[in-house]
Design a protein around this ligand. Structure first.
Ligand SMILES: O=C(O)C/C=C/C(=O)C(=O)O
Length: 66
């Protein structure tokens, strides 16, 4: 059972996330030949206040216009 997990920061439109799921599913099906019903795609969204790069959260980066 192939399982692909994608971690994103919060803020994308639901339709964009749904499109991502579709594309990841299709890539796994095509590349591995896995049966469609066996494929799992999990998208996790992390609040931008809970994701830091270089000790600056993405929310802080947003605030300073970075
Ligand atoms: O685009 C996202 O969902 C996550 C972005 C992360 C960064 O920009 C970073 O880690 O620097």
């Amino acid at each position: 059972m192939p399982l692909v997990e994608v971690t994103l920061s919060e803020g994308r439109e639901p339709a964009a996330i749904r499109a991502l799921i579709h594309e990841v599913h299709a890539a796994v099906e095509r590349s591995l030949g896995a049966p469609a019903q066996s494929i799992r795609v999990i998208v996790r969204e992390v609040p931008r206040t809970h994701w830091a790069a270089g000790d600056e959260t993405l929310a802080e980066r947003d605030s300073r216009g970075g």
